[in-house]
Design a protein around this ligand. Structure first.
Ligand code: ATP
Ligand code: MG
Ligand code: MG
Length: 347
């Protein structure tokens, strides 16, 4: 197809649009918000709600293939879109990654390791789970969490009531705290023909639940590097996946534990923009448009640093530094915790 429809108009949609334009492809953004980052660069911004069936139909009619930059797209909208145009990555990847419980069950069924977990529909379930999983542990909403939102840490069973209040009555999972030596992620792509290509794993540092930096190369043994690639490929094949996926991993003395999967381009893959011939955004566009996957091998050492909230004020200074590439998202208002842009420090 020559026009790609993108659900979601944030920075990921923006960078996908830029990559599509470089390949001579057009993009149409579906996004309820007005002045969104992707609308500044896409060919067209269809501003409508996900409940607007006519708008969804018009969107699907105007594109050849549909992709997305976030995983929480309402099922009712997907049903309409799916009857009109291919959605890539497909519905199964969305269904599984929309719900932490379903996701953990799926990963376990593939023989992959996840943190000890339990379904927490109510207070009684939490009490029972604290008996088996214990503390420290983390209670997470099953759906809609990102950037560490919808999570409460339990240092002792006495924290249970407050943690439940933080869940606001929504279904949750309890996860045992993983004593990791590092966090890494693998950005993997699968083409329409089933070929798989993985980027070099990046090492991630989070603060207050938000990704701060990704460093390549990660400090990871050759054996674990191979494990990361094999497990990502296993996930992609199991879902008959088309597109780029981010797989977040904990490194432990006992091996790799999967934290979560994201069926889209991923913040921890932004380093590829300045470290590879074909970055994660172009790779995703290639896959969903049915092109062959490109060369994603890493040709430089990179540190990606997110510019969060007031951090963006450092851009003027950073921009003149040797080896620094600046990526800004065109967001007007600076808010605490808001991702305003990132820099890739090369070499
Ligand atoms: P994202 O923006 O990546 O989607 P999220 O809101 O889904 O974030 P998680 O990835 O579940 O959040 O958790 C955010 C961070 O909190 C993790 O990257 C890790 O640093 C820490 N964390 C989460 N779960 C655990 C765990 N079970 N054990 C140890 N640390 C954890
Ligand atoms: Mg997440
Ligand atoms: Mg995460």
């Amino acid at each position: 197809g020559s026009t790609i429809g993108i659900l979601g108009g944030g920075q990921l949609g923006r960078m996908l649009s830029v990559a599509a334009a470089r390949l001579g492809l057009k993009t149409v953004i579906f996004e309820p918000g007005g002045d969104c980052p992707a609308s500044h660069v896409a060919n067209y911004h269809l501003q409508a709600e996900y409940t607007d069936k006519d708008a969804l139909r018009r969107f699907a009619d105007s594109v050849d293939v549909i992709t997305y930059e976030f995983e929480n797209i309402p099922t009712s909208a997907l049903d309409i879109l799916e009857s009109l145009k291919p959605i890539r990555p497909g519905r199964e990847a969305l269904r599984i990654s929309q719900d932490r419980l379903t996701e953990k069950e799926f990963l376990t069924s593939l023989g992959l390791s996840v943190a000890p977990y339990a379904d927490i529909p109510d207070a009684a379930a939490l009490e029972a789970a604290l008996g088996t999983i214990g503390t420290p542990s983390i209670l997470k909403t099953r759906r809609f969490g990102y950037d560490g939102k919808g999570q409460a840490r339990l240092m002792s069973p006495a924290d249970a009531p407050a943690a439940l209040v933080a869940m606001n009555g929504t279904p949750a999972v309890l996860e045992g705290f993983v004593d990791f030596t590092a966090e890494v992620s693998i950005i993997a792509a699968r083409g329409l023909d089933g070929s798989v290509s993985c980027y070099d794993p990046g090492e991630n540092v989070h603060r207050e639940g938000i990704l701060r930096t990704t460093t390549v190369p990660a400090s990871l043994s050759a054996a674990l590097r191979t494990d990361a690639v094999l497990l990502a490929a296993k996930v992609l094949n199991a879902l008959d996946y088309v597109g780029v996926m981010g797989v977040e991993l904990f490194v432990t003395p006992g091996g790799l534990i999967v934290n979560e999967i994201a069926p889209r381009v991923h913040n921890s893959g932004h380093w590829t923009q300045n470290g590879c011939v074909v970055d994660q955004f172009e790779q995703h566009v290639r896959a969903v448009a049915g092109w062959p996957l490109g060369d994603g091998s890493r040709y430089a050492d990179v540190v990606m640093e997110n510019l969060i909230g007031e951090d963006v004020e450092r851009v003027a200074g950073l921009a003149g530094e040797r080896g620094v590439a600046v990526h800004l998202y065109g967001k007007g208002e600076v808010k605490a915790g808001r991702k305003m842009g990132h820099v890739n420090k090369v070499g």
